[in-house]
Design a binder for this molecule. Structure first.
Ligand SMILES: N[C@@H](CCC(=O)N[C@@H](CS)C(=O)NCC(=O)O)C(=O)O
Length: 210
């Protein structure tokens, strides 16, 4: 029998995608909480993940470090994934790739220049510019939801909603909610109202940081 997968996670970081997906899937995981950023506060983590990023997912001795790829692993064989024989399969795959590469990237710049860098190195102009950059890219979510659909693809909640929903959620924590469209805000409220999201957030606040 395989050992329980280990998820290394910092509260509300991209690893929340994985914790949320695990809760939605009912998958047992061994949650290990780290202080943020691990690079500064958890030096021993380098032995697990030389990138020093979260998530880190260890299963059967193998490491995965991409939040959306880990969501694919968790969703495998469950209704949270879109199967290859479904009509929305390629749209689903595109959303998964878009979630971090296109939508979370500008938010990461905002995080760096509002929270991570010391005061003297903070850059208000970069934050403003990348907020606008994110807003332009987030129009793709609004366009997809314009027909009144409840979820992004396949007529059901999937990890595409988790992967993209996390980016939209992160934007709200960065004072960027105003660049989200109305349909996007309604869809995000549906995503965040799910029991799986509530359980994930409650769980990340209970554990003891290493
Ligand atoms: N593309 C990766 C990005 C991972 C990543 O950069 N995670 C951030 C947290 S949101 C991190 O660990 N940053 C700390 C650092 O780079 O030192 C993913 O989707 O998981």
């Amino acid at each position: 029998m395989s050992a329980t997968p280990i998820l290394y996670h910092c509260p509300d970081a991209r690893s929340l995608r994985c914790l949320w997906a695990a809760e939605e899937a009912g998958m047992e995981i061994d949650l290990r909480l780290l202080p943020f950023p691990p690079r500064a506060f958890a030096p021993d983590y380098r032995a697990v993940n030389p990138l020093m990023t979260v998530p880190g997912w260890v299963e059967d001795g193998r490491l995965m470090t991409e939040s959306t790829a880990i969501c694919e692993r968790i969703a495998d064989g469950t209704p949270l994934e879109v199967r290859r024989d479904e009509a929305d399969y390629w749209a689903y795959r595109n959303w998964l790739h878009r979630s971090d590469a296109t939508l979370t990237f500008p938010l990461a710049i905002m995080i760096r220049y509002t929270r991570v860098e010391p005061e003297a190195r903070r850059l208000a102009q970069a934050v403003k510019d990348y907020k606008a950059f994110f807003g332009g890219r987030a129009k793709s979510i609004e366009a997809a939801l314009a027909d009144g659909r409840e979820w992004l693809v396949a007529g059901r909640f999937t990890i595409a909603d988790i992967a993209i929903g996390y980016a939209a959620f992160l934007a709200t924590t960065l004072d960027a909610e105003d660049v989200l469209g109305e349909a996007t805000k309604s869809w995000l409220a549906r995503c965040l109202a799910r029991d799986g999201f509530a359980r994930a957030r409650a769980r990340q606040n209970v554990g003891q940081a290493e």
